[in-house]
Design a protein around this ligand. Structure first.
Ligand code: FES
Length: 89
C-alpha cells in the first residue's frame, strides 16, 4: 500500500480573518506595507496570532504557501531572531 503526500496542511491564509497570503502580498506590494501596516489595514494576525510568522515569511520571501513549520524552521527562515506576538519564535 502506498502513501500519498498530504498537502491539506499547507498554510496559505490567516484563518481568523479569512485572508489569503496571496491577497495580503498583493495589498502589501500595492501599498508598500510592512507587517505592521498590513495588520492595520487588514487585521491579519490580530486574532490567534498563529499566522504571524507565516505572514512575516510571506513578506520576506514572496511565497504564499508554506508547509507547517517548526519554531526553529521559522526562526531560521526569518533569520533575524525577530519576536512575534504569538511568541512562536
Ligand atoms: S490565523 Fe491569523 S490571527 Fe489567527
Amino acid at each position: 500500500m502506498s502513501e500519498s503526500q498530504d498537502t491539506s496542511c499547507a498554510v496559505n491564509r490567516c484563518l481568523c480573518h479569512d485572508l489569503s497570503f496571496e491577497n495580503l502580498r498583493g495589498l502589501a506590494e500595492e501599498k508598500g506595507l510592512d507587517f505592521e501596516g498590513l495588520q492595520k489595514e487588514t487585521n491579519c494576525s490580530m486574532g490567534c496570532g498563529l499566522c504571524e510568522p507565516y505572514v512575516r515569511l510571506m513578506l520576506k520571501t514572496g511565497k504564499t504557501d508554506f508547509p507547517v513549520l517548526s519554531a526553529e524552521e521559522i526562526e531560521r527562515e526569518l533569520g533575524d531572531g525577530g519576536e512575534t506576538r504569538s511568541g512562536l519564535i
